[in-house]
Design a protein around this ligand. Structure first.
Ligand code: XCC
Ligand code: SF4
Length: 630
């Protein structure tokens, strides 16, 4: 085996710079150019003080004009904007979860979608009080998915999955009146509250932001994760690779991008068939390479070991290689720029969802009853396109790292069993992890998630923070584009244990894991909620007492704010590298960065100096240890 060395951010930037030369040659527009044209950003927008919720406006608050025309003050305007932003994120994640419920409903023994993890389905059915004895598994899937779909609009009660949380957390949610009811209701209530002439009290708006976030994390996202596992298998440890070098010059390259595994799973399935491979060979390719971008990539990497071409701000790079026959997208985080960009190359930009339709794309409507045919059509389009490559534009950066991924909650528990050496049987629990934290072998954990954002040097914050934390014996659970940053750097290679402090290194050796554990896509942050809950139950600590913090150093999307809200509302202090648009109101800002602690025992910290952000997290973890007396 060759010597292990991390890929530096500089090396990644050099690879990008080379691709940008191609962009210039073909006259392509790239995000790097658009950032320049958009800078500086609008200060009113950035601080959240602009309101355009009615046509008397837009109103923007300044010292000279402290209220909108309706009389709303800055706290109301900033609070409403924050709630609106959250509602957008919650709706998006939850609608993804709903699609998965529908896919599960369509599962059939002879259909496009089958059930790969029946045990998990039975476990959820029992959890929800659904009769399982003697039932046909597909019949059960129908009832469970229908029950799941009702979680979106049921007239009474609260989310079923809330019962997974420790008692103390459930009591907080009840006390603070933030238990999410039906998922769609929380989004509707949010939009109702922000309508002209409704709520303008910042406290009420932030409270609903938490509730709406919780309906995502403990509702829609959690169903998205759980039912994806039922359909496509609960992730287990699997080896893969990451960064642009996973694309293969002699193969037909299909890049899957977006979020919903129903599409990408089917593409992988079809592309693997002897029929398609023969077709690829017939056009002069050696085979077919599927790789991924963004969370869809995480989904298929976690379950199939499909390589990850890159994360959010690398999506244009895959086209710039000149070797991408098709970039196939479903929903979320897809740059509309891919349309015009693909026109500068031979690449087919294939949109598939009515929810994400874009100009300059080929629309192949994807639908769960015709999924097999749709996927076949897409793969064939890509194969036929191989001959249209322009050889003079082809350049795939020779840059990739090995990664071991697939750490679902179930897999983490399974791996932890390897660490157990006590007389008392602790298998099947998080106790080995708790013991390591108690003894100080591990100082704690950070859940690092989220996107890239050009406001932060791409990937640098993720990677530098991870390096710093593991050197301090802090283990990482990661998801989304943060996970891909880690994988590209090499931090998911088990050999990265050598970069850890002595304690974490020992844990990695005993459990045979890398120090940075890939837990999946953005909806899979629900896995982290389950992990935190189980640690709390096993240890007897409250979630807020666990030496654990959340972090999104390069976040950008509405979904990220929804996530932040449910992570904080679950009792986990959360550290951001980019300000949410809320600094324009001292009241809202102080609530988010401190006041929330009185409600849910956790709050936000925002720090754009990344090194300082790392220090603050380490300090918080150490403080939690001191408070526990460990
Ligand atoms: Fe999107 Fe989920 Fe953000 Fe990446 S991390 S840019 S939301 S793909 Ni979730
Ligand atoms: Fe202006 Fe009030 Fe209308 Fe907002 S709701 S645009 S602050 S008048």
């Amino acid at each position: 085996m060759s010597e292990f060395k991390l890929t530096s951010v500089e090396e990644m930037e050099a690879a990008t710079a080379r691709l940008l030369e191609t962009a210039e040659k073909v006259g392509a527009d790239t995000w790097q150019l658009r950032v320049k044209r958009q800078t500086p950003h609008c200060k009113f927008g950035e601080t959240g003080v602009c309101c355009r919720l009615c046509s008397m406006g837009p109103c923007r608050v300044t010292p000279k004009a402290p209220r909108g025309i309706c009389g709303c003050d800055v706290h109301g305007i900033v609070g409403r904007n924050f709630l609106n932003f959250t509602a957008g994120g919650s709706a998006t994640h939850s609608d993804h979860g709903r699609e998965i419920c529908h896919t599960l409903h369509k599962a059939a023994p002879d259909g496009n979608y089958k059930i790969k993890d029946p045990e998990k389905l039975i476990r959820i059915a029992k959890e929800w009080g659904i009769e399982t004895e003697g039932r046909d598994i597909y019949d059960l899937a129908k009832e469970v998915s229908e029950t799941g779909l009702l979680e979106y609009g049921k007239p009474f009660g609260t989310q079923r999955f809330l019962k997974r949380a420790p008692k103390h957390t459930q009591e907080i949610w009840a006390r603070e009146e933030i238990e999410p009811r039906a998922i769609d209701r929380e989004v509707s209530t949010a939009l109702h509250m922000t309508h002209m002439g409704c709520s303008s009290k910042s406290e009420a708006l932030i409270r609903q932001s938490l509730r709406c976030g919780l309906s995502d994390g403990w509702g829609g996202s959690m169903m998205g994760t759980e039912f994806s596992d039922v359909l496509f298998g609960t992730p287990k440890e699997v080896d893969t690779e990451a960064n642009l070098g996973v694309m293969e010059v002699e193969n037909v390259n299909i890049v899957v991008h977006g979020h919903d595994p129903s599409l990408s799973e089917m593409i992988c399935e079809v592309a693997d068939s002897p029929e398609m491979i023969a077709k690829a060979k017939a056009v002069g390719a050696k085979g077919i390479t599927i790789s991924g971008v963004c969370c869809t990539s995480n989904e298929v990497a976690m379950r199939r070991g499909i390589p990850m071409a890159g994360n959010f701000l690398q999506q244009e790079n895959v086209v710039l290689t000149g070797a991408c026959e098709a970039i196939v997208v479903d929903v979320q985080c897809i740059f509309p720029a891919l349309g015009p960009l693909s026109k500068c190359f031979h690449t087919k930009f294939i949109t598939t969802s009515p929810i994400a339709q874009m100009p300059d794309s080929d629309f192949v409507r994807f639908n769960s009853s015709t999924a097999g045919e749709n996927a076949k059509k897409i793969v064939e389009l890509a194969i036929d396109n191989f001959k249209n490559r322009k050889p003079e534009l082809v350049h795939i950066p020779n840059i990739k790292q090995k990664a071991t991924v697939g750490y679902s909650f179930e897999e983490i528990v399974h791996k932890l069993d390897g660490v157990t050496n006590s007389i008392v049987d602790k298998t099947g629990t998080t106790m080995p992890l708790v013991d390591c934290v108690k003894s100080g072998v591990l100082r704690g954990a950070v859940a690092m998630v989220g996107c890239n954002n050009p406001k932060i040097r791409p990937d640098a914050a993720h990677i530098e923070l991870m390096k710093k934390l593991i050197a301090n014996d802090i283990i990482l659970v990661v998801s989304g584009c943060s996970a891909q940053a880690a994988a590209k750097a090499g931090l998911m290679d088990k050999r990265a244990k050598d970069l850890c402090g002595a304690g974490l290194k020992r844990v990695c050796e005993l459990a045979d894991i890398p120090p940075v554990l890939h837990m999946g896509s953005c909806v899979d942050i629900s896995r982290m909620m389950v992990l935190a809950s189980e640690i709390a139950k096993d240890s007897g600590w409250n979630i807020s007492q666990i030496p654990l913090v959340g972090c999104a150093p390069e976040w950008m999307s509405e979904k990220a704010v929804s996530i932040g809200n449910y992570v904080v509302a679950t009792g986990i202090d959360t550290y951001l590298g980019v300000e949410p648009y809320a600094t324009g109101s001292e009241e809202v800002d102080q609530l988010l960065k401190g006041g929330l602690r009185d409600w849910v025992e956790a709050a936000y910290t925002v720090e754009s100096d990344i090194d300082k952000l790392g220090d603050l997290m380490i300090e918080a973890i150490e403080n939690k240890r001191t408070a526990l007396g460990i």
